[in-house]
Design a protein around this ligand. Structure first.
Ligand SMILES: [Zn+2]
Length: 409
């Protein structure tokens, strides 16, 4: 592996140029999927890629691919990139870093006259954010077969405009099939958390995605008048639910830093100040990078909840709601990333992703990995989101080395 550095000045210039498209007065970005600013950013990327000699093709859900040819053109490419759309009034680094760095990787390979065995495709995924069109990760979901193309094209924004009509309007309703064989996918992204910053690490080797397990919990007691009945005789479901919330926090903290345990939704159907609540419904949200630990966490909490219910003369029911198994990224690609960081002398550590990215979908169909770089104070989806030029360049250096390793095999 060679310690080739990307061109810092060119990378910085490209980030500045693309950040001006949809820029907000406070240094952020407002570039909703398939809006006018997204079109401008796409046109800019298309011009850069075409000028550099990487032919651009667009698939039927509007994702853009720019190819740097390999010696073996018939083989599936290594795919690198991210997304150019943003949340409303958000930051300039979320997504764009991965796309601009991917272009810089291809340009740097050209500068050094390096040929790869496999072709390299840069990708800009349509509607990663899901801010204008639900759901998020839309185009990568189509690519990976999680969504039908027709479903994705029919999504509408709040004004009733569809993905299909907006793709047509901005000129990105492509003809290529959405989904094709790839040899691997590597995405560079800001962390959107504080793990790297706190550890003073420059590179995050993303181990995968945490699993999410949501359960609907119903706590059942008896609705009674708040006045006449002595308090000792009440079967107050809200008192039970309150103790369950505290137990959830205690169990989550005990399994820090890997576990996240949250009760973010709680309803009291009786909803009257003069009724002792006989029923409370809540959703228990569990997140953990390890599948067995997630099972154990769920079993432990359901047992604690049942004990609390029994003690208070209540009953408790559990109903599965969401269940996303943890995803473990490709060990070989993670090792390429780790080796690249070491070669460049960038402090690195392994961490799971706790936010959704297109890599979540692509990991279903191809060996996949992600590289994280720090973002200031973990602030993201916010105009003050910030990643330093040095860290972006370090991330691009690592993306280059990892891509080279994946593309020469
Ligand atoms: Zn993103």
């Amino acid at each position: 592996m060679q310690a080739i550095q990307v061109n810092r000045a060119r990378l910085k210039q490209a980030m500045e140029t693309i950040s001006a498209v949809g820029a907000t007065p406070r240094g952020g970005l407002h570039r909703l999927a398939l809006g006018d600013a997204d079109k401008q950013a796409r046109d800019l990327l298309c011009a850069w890629c075409t000028q550099a000699g990487y032919p651009v093709r667009v698939d039927r859900i509007g994702s853009m691919y720019a190819r740097r040819a390999g010696r073996s053109e018939g083989d599936p490419p290594v795919l690198i990139g991210s997304h150019l759309d943003s949340q409303p009034m958000a930051g300039r680094f979320d997504g764009a870093v991965g796309v601009v760095a991917a272009l810089e990787v291809m340009r740097t390979l050209d500068d050094h006259g390096i040929a790869t065995h496999l072709p390299i495709d840069l990708v800009n995924w349509t509607n990663e954010e899901g801010a204008r069109f639900q759901p998020p990760l839309l185009a990568s979901g189509v690519f990976a077969g999680a969504h039908a193309l027709e479903y994705a094209l029919s999504r509408q924004d709040s004004a009733g405009l569809s993905v299909a009509s907006e793709l047509e309007r901005i000129g990105y309703a492509g003809a290529h099939a959405a989904g094709f064989p790839i040899s691997s996918y590597i995405e560079l992204h800001i962390e959107q958390g504080v793990v790297l910053e706190q550890a003073r690490a420059t590179i995050g080797v993303v181990s995968g995605f945490v699993g999410i397990r949501d359960t609907r919990v119903s706590v059942l007691g008896e609705n009674v008048h708040a006045g006449p009945l002595p308090m000792q005789l009440r079967r107050d479901a809200l008192v039970g639910a309150a103790q369950m919330v505290l137990a959830a926090q205690e169990v989550g903290l005990a399994q820090s830093p890997d576990a996240r345990v949250t009760v973010g939704r709680l309803s009291v159907p009786s909803d009257s100040h003069s009724i002792v609540p006989g029923r409370v419904d809540l959703v228990l949200d569990l997140r953990h990078p390890d599948a067995a630990s997630l099972d154990a966490l769920q079993a432990q909490l359901q047992e604690r909840f049942a004990q609390i219910a029994t003690r208070l003369g209540l009953s408790v029911q559990f109903e599965p709601y969401w269940n996303y198994a943890p995803i473990v990224f490709a060990p070989t690609l993670r090792e390429h990333i780790r080796a690249a960081a070491r070669m460049h002398g960038y402090p690195c550590l392994d961490l799971p992703s706790r936010a959704g990215h297109d890599a979540l979908n692509i990991a279903r169909v191809a060996p996949t990995a992600m590289i994280f770089i720090p973002c200031l104070k973990g602030i993201s989806h916010n105009e003050s989101e910030y990643a330093s030029d040095e860290d972006i360049a370090a991330g691009a250096d690592v993306l280059l080395a990892a891509t080279l390793a994946a593309a020469t095999q």
